[in-house]
Design a protein around this ligand. Structure first.
Ligand code: 2HA
Ligand code: ZN
Length: 268
């Protein structure tokens, strides 16, 4: 059983499919790596009268604010590169009115054992935080960008957020301009854990991208393209930085004055 999707919802899902193809071609979405979600609550129409025929999954300790929210989420163990057929590798879930579980109301390959991403708690907590802070960001992209991950394997960038941001910002003006709040670094934390969710929520209150040490990156945006852009631009900085080192020299880097000038002139 599946509900019928309206055009607005279809449009947001088609952006996710397109972005997922970019993630795979960049080498950032190996096997089941990465996950994407959209908070559809405001644009979803046509909820069924009864949920009896839909798979119900109970959850423990999800925030009460998740009650009645509707989310598109990619599936656990599924390949993002197969998101050209979203109904097979992703689903739409609707939380019940006590947030003690959700129904899978669309997609999931019509398989009763289909489940949303292992990072569901992070996605839900981030969406709820974006609503609470009045943000219009409704889409979350988590992926495994090679060079950003590589940076976190260096002991200094593993812990020193300021040094990490200076390194990527100073590689080219675009990074300073289009990742204006920089990246936030979260200590290595078990994937799928609530601890990781809480660290990520905190990082994204002041930064454009959360870097999960030794794991990946996560960003939000008004749509999938915008969330992808933040990670893509940050990763461009990391790539230039590391390519200079691999070429046998330290990057010259724009100066702090150069960076401050951009902030001033472009009002970043
Ligand atoms: O979906 O990327 O973080 C697999 C992952 C977990
Ligand atoms: Zn991951």
């Amino acid at each position: 059983m599946s509900v019928i999707l309206n055009d607005l919802v279809k449009e947001e899902i088609s952006k996710v499919s397109e972005v997922a193809s970019y993630l795979f071609s960049k080498g950032w979405a190996e096997r089941n790596g990465g996950n994407i979600s959209i908070n559809l609550t405001e644009i979803f129409t046509g909820l069924p009268e009864s949920f009896d025929e839909f798979t119900y999954v109970s959850v423990a300790n999800f925030p009460k604010e998740a009650a009645n929210k509707v989310f598109f989420v990619t599936g656990t163990g599924k390949r993002l590169r197969e998101l050209n057929k979203p109904e097979k590798v992703s689903c739409i879930i609707k939380f019940d009115d006590s947030a003690s579980g959700y129904h899978i109301i669309w997609g999931g390959n019509n398989d009763p054992s289909f489940r949303p991403t292992s990072e569901l708690i992070s996605h839900v907590k981030i969406h709820l935080d974006k609503i609470a802070e009045g943000s219009d960001h409704r889409t979350i992209v988590h992926t495994h960008p090679i060079e950003l991950i590589c940076m976190t394997h260096y002991y200094r960038f593993n812990t020193d957020e300021q040094a990490f941001n200076f390194a990527i910002w100073s590689t080219l003006p675009e990074v300073r301009a289009f990742v204006p709040r920089g990246v936030g670094i979260t200590p290595y934390t078990l994937p799928g854990s609530e601890a990781l969710a809480d660290l990520t929520v905190a990082a994204l209150r002041s930064k454009d991208v959360a870097i999960w040490n030794l794991h990946g990156a996560l960003a939000t945006g008004r749509d999938a393209h915008e969330a992808f852009d933040f990670i893509d631009v940050a990763n461009k900085g990391a790539t230039i930085f590391l390519k200079c080192l691999a070429s046998g020299f330290s990057p010259l880097g724009m100066s702090q004055e150069n960076l401050d000038e951009l902030v001033e002139v472009f009002g970043l």
